[in-house]
Design a protein around this ligand. Structure first.
Ligand SMILES: Nc1nc2c(ncn2[C@@H]2O[C@H](COP(=O)(O)OP(=O)(O)OP(=O)(O)O)[C@@H](O)[C@H]2O)c(=O)[nH]1
Ligand SMILES: [Mg+2]
Length: 254
């Protein structure tokens, strides 16, 4: 491809931290940025209540990390307000690439809440959202190391052995997943995970991950949502008309 035809999305690359309450979103944001920007703490209720944004460097990449409230709090359902807040940033920065980091905690089973959260993201951004924009971030990576000590199991093998909602999400994210350990001082922390995230981002087609493309894909999908039932109703109407006027459904030559 001629170099002139390659369009690079306007920097920076937006990294949206999305996940359930307390999954480690803010901590992951701090690890990515290399300093404590976002407030993190163990709590029985939500710590982050408002969307916060911070620009910085992740390796060679200029990034803007978007940290928001948890999308799901136990027993209160999915917070559409939190999804809307992130969607607003996508719309205001259409020319930039937007990556959704779906943050979950290693060791937490996926529940109906997780499924509802992923469904809400699909209805906000279109069913293909994870294919072009999704990366799973699994926090508490140290626990994985402790669990599998002495066994010859890699994180990749472990992921491949999973089933259900996590397996579906991983498939939709094209196998993109990072195991991260956020504990300790972010500046010195999990370089291995950051390298892996950098590699995954390098391998993604950022031109297909812009806010503009996200909007187009959603429009395209909406068209089909209306077209399919419309076409089916036309076909049904034709057969009904044929039955009422000719007394049979199909053409015959006798
Ligand atoms: N051991 C360990 N603890 C973690 C890790 N990531 C986050 N935590 C801890 O989990 C707790 C919640 O982390 P946060 O980063 O505040 O989680 P959050 O998703 O931003 O929480 P809300 O803003 O309330 O939704 C804190 O006590 C963190 O120190 C990790 O990788 N390993
Ligand atoms: Mg937080």
């Amino acid at each position: 491809m001629a170099l002139a035809s390659v369009r690079i999305p306007t920097e920076p690359l937006f990294l949206h931290l999305l996940g359930k309450i307390g999954s480690g979103k803010s901590s992951t944001g701090n690890t990515i940025l290399g300093w404590k920007v976002f407030n993190t703490q163990s709590s029985t209720s939500a710590v982050t209540r408002e969307i916060q944004r911070q620009r910085g460097q992740m390796g060679k990449l200029n990034v803007e990390v978007v940290d928001g409230p948890g999308l799901v709090e136990a027993n209160t359902g999915v917070s559409l307000a939190a999804i809307d807040a992130s969607n607003k940033i996508v719309q205001e920065n259409e020319a930039n690439a937007h990556i959704f980091l779906i943050v979950c905690r290693y060791g937490d089973p996926f529940s109906l809440d997780d499924k509802a959260m992923l469904d809400a993201l699909r209805s906000a951004y279109g069913s293909q959202v994870f294919r072009n924009h999704g990366i799973i971030i699994m926090t508490c990576g140290g626990n994985f190391a402790a669990d599998t000590e002495g066994q010859n199991i890699s994180f990749t093998t472990w992921c491949q052995s999973q089933t259900g909602t996590f397996a579906d999400l991983l498939k939709q994210c094209q196998g993109r997943v990072v195991l991260i350990e956020n504990c300790g001082k972010p500046r010195f922390h999990d370089q291995h995970a950051l390298n892996k995230l950098g590699e995954l981002l390098d391998g993604m087609d950022l031109e297909s991950a812009t806010g503009r493309r996200l909007k187009q894909d959603k429009k395209e999908l909406k068209k089909w949502v209306y077209r399919v039932p419309f076409t089916l109703s036309l076909i049904a109407f034709f057969f009904l008309w044929r039955y009422l006027t000719h007394g049979r459904l199909f053409f015959s030559f006798w």
